[in-house]
Design a protein around this ligand. Structure first.
Ligand code: DON
Length: 571
């Protein structure tokens, strides 16, 4: 009898083994090669990572709409792109449905209840270096999971929440091979991971990471399964919430169970404006992105950009002078509208914008110290993805934990990085944050307030139809990157592929420096700009733009930035 049982068992295990060999290859056995530009008739997804793009594409193929794909992509990025993809952070989405209705979703993190204006200052009133950037105290209350649930409840077509989260659960549990760039980043940040964490985590499982190594995140898989089964309650309540608070206790953090239970994302009206007959929809406060983008476009609109030509001295000078003025406004006037009366209408007033440019001199650079914010007498990691479905519903979504791997703190037992978004507040008036941005009263830290952002998810319409879905990471350079891509397409007649891949420049008022990518601007143009008084400085890559352009033929040109692993798919 025993002999028979053991014989049956061996047959059964032989059967299982042959299944494994023949029929059930591991889902993520090889590195997917990024595709940078496609032209497709129906639908497209562009994200920062091939695994996430593929998951979004599969959802579209299964009949999901752009919102369904966006939810699946957001959770997938939390697994395969942990440098910025997240459930421990937040973001912003612009959604335009096929009928042309546009809404903005704000799932930005909030300051914890126990936060207060001077929380990063020492007894002499000086900012304590790094406290708002690394470690537990840097984290705001995450908004991503609530945001995804809100988007699902209002707009999902598949109506199957679990089906949208499950691909991310599988990706975390089964693992996926990391890219060369990811291997390098993990290795670079290893010391930070070790310093910020007392618990073991998936990222410190190896000392050195190599291209193709499998990243398996069992704890994250369990957290995602909890979200799959209980939606927002699977994150903001129960064992995951308790794990976050236990993690806070290990590192003097201040996020409480109440902060988590009370978190709410918000539907907002997008900011809307016109540029050369196009209609632009972008993110309102607490992001500065939409308002500053519209200011920039309006400031250059009276000038013949097309005649000036792509990256000509005249075009760059004009764009930089506009940037100098708009970023001065950002520093003073922008903050969370739930806490501060942001003068949205005044900032976009045509006469005001004209007035801001009266000091523009076409032959010489102004000095940032001479440019103040306007007065109305009244009160480097994030990730973006763009999706268009077969019905032409469109999602433009930027999401982040702020700098690379956020606070570097991984929630013990729950396996995800917490953001360091508190650094986007102004810790002290005039003291620059990580991105060199300064702020004041409007963006001071307050309990329950959202920190000011530069994220600029944007959708453009032409003649009432969808024309462009665009956005990028890049901290303070987000707005100017979106600005340049739009000008490249709409003024310089470039394809979306050229517009995205072309080198970029950036100015943000303070510091008074014109930053350029190393292959940007011809030597003669650089010399002319210096002669006009601009200080030029080389810097690393600016932005990682994901764009989908509806061509005049009606097909979709989907472009993934060539600056990293970004990947486009469509059909
Ligand atoms: O909200 C913001 O503006 C920043 N937290 C974005 C950070 C970012 O883009 C980093 N990426 N490179």
């Amino acid at each position: 009898m025993l002999y028979r049982i053991s014989f049956c068992l061996s047959l059964f295990s032989l059967f299982l083994y042959s299944c494994k060999l023949q029929n059930v290859p591991p889902k993520t056995s090889s590195l997917l090669t990024p595709v940078k530009s496609i032209d497709v008739p129906n639908a497209a997804v562009v994200t920062a990572h091939p695994e996430a793009t593929k998951i979004g594409f599969d959802i579209l193929k299964q009949g999901g709409n752009a919102i369904d794909a966006a939810i699946a992509v957001q959770f997938a990025l939390a697994v395969c792109y942990p440098v910025a993809g997240n459930i421990g952070g937040g973001g912003f989405m612009i959604y335009r449905d096929k009928a042309g209705n546009v809404e903005a979703l704000d799932f930005r993190e909030k300051a914890p209840g126990r936060a207060f204006p001077d929380m990063y200052l020492d007894e002499n009133g000086q900012v304590i270096d790094g406290l708002s950037r690394k470690g537990h105290l840097a984290a705001g209350v995450p908004g991503t999971v609530d945001g995804m649930v809100k988007a699902f409840e209002k707009y999902s077509q598949l109506n199957d929440w679990a089906a949208l989260v499950q691909p991310a659960v599988d990706l975390a549990t089964e693992g996926f091979p990391i890219t060369a760039r990811q291997a390098e980043l993990f290795t670079t940040y290893m010391q930070d991971f070790t310093e910020a964490n007392t618990q073991e985590n998936a990222f410190t499982a190896k000392e050195t990471w190599r291209k193709g190594d499998l990243l398996i995140q069992k704890s994250l898989g369990q957290t995602l399964a909890s979200i799959r089964d209980k939606r927002e309650d699977g994150f903001y309540k129960g064992w995951v919430a308790e794990a976050i608070v236990a993690e806070m206790d290990r590192g003097n953090g201040i996020i409480s169970l109440d902060d988590l239970a009370n978190y709410e994302s918000v539907w907002r009206k997008p900011v809307v404006g016109e540029y050369r007959g196009l209609r632009i929809y972008s993110m309102p406060p607490p992001s500065s992105g939409g308002l500053i983008l519209l200011q920039l476009l309006k400031m250059i609109e009276p000038f013949p950009m097309t005649d000036y030509g792509f990256q000509s001295t005249q075009a760059v000078h004009l764009m930089v002078e506009a940037e100098r003025r708009a970023y001065a406004d950002r520093a003073t006037h922008l903050g969370d509208p739930d806490f501060y009366p942001v003068p949205t209408v005044a900032l976009l007033d045509e006469a005001y914008i004209r007035d801001r440019m009266t000091s523009f001199d076409p032959s010489s650079a102004s000095k940032s110290e001479d440019i103040a914010a306007g007065d109305f007498g009244e009160s480097e990691e994030t990730t973006h993805f763009s999706i268009v479905d077969k019905d032409r519903n469109a999602v433009s979504l930027t999401t982040t934990i702020n700098t690379a791997y956020g606070s570097k703190v991984v929630v013990g037992e729950a396996g995800f990085f917490l953001n360091n978004e508190m650094d986007d507040f102004s810790a002290k008036p005039g003291v620059p944050n990580y991105f060199g941005l300064v702020g004041a009263e409007a963006n001071k830290i307050e309990s329950g307030k959202r920190m000011l952002s530069s994220m600029t998810p944007t959708i453009v319409e032409k003649d009432g139809d969808l024309k462009l879905v665009v956005g990028t990471p890049g901290g303070s350079t987000i707005i100017t990157s979106v600005f340049q891509v739009m000008v490249n397409i709409f003024d310089f007649g470039q394809t979306a592929t050229e517009a995205v891949h072309n080198p970029r420049f950036h100015h943000q008022w303070k510091p008074d420096v014109l930053f350029i990518e190393d292959d940007c601007l011809q030597v003669g143009t650089q010399d002319s700009l210096r002669y006009m008084g601009h200080e030029l400085k080389l810097r690393g890559k600016i932005g990682k733009v994901e764009a989908i352009l509806v061509r005049d033929t009606g097909s979709l040109e989907a472009v993934a930035d060539s600056r990293a692993d970004d990947h486009a798919m469509g059909y």
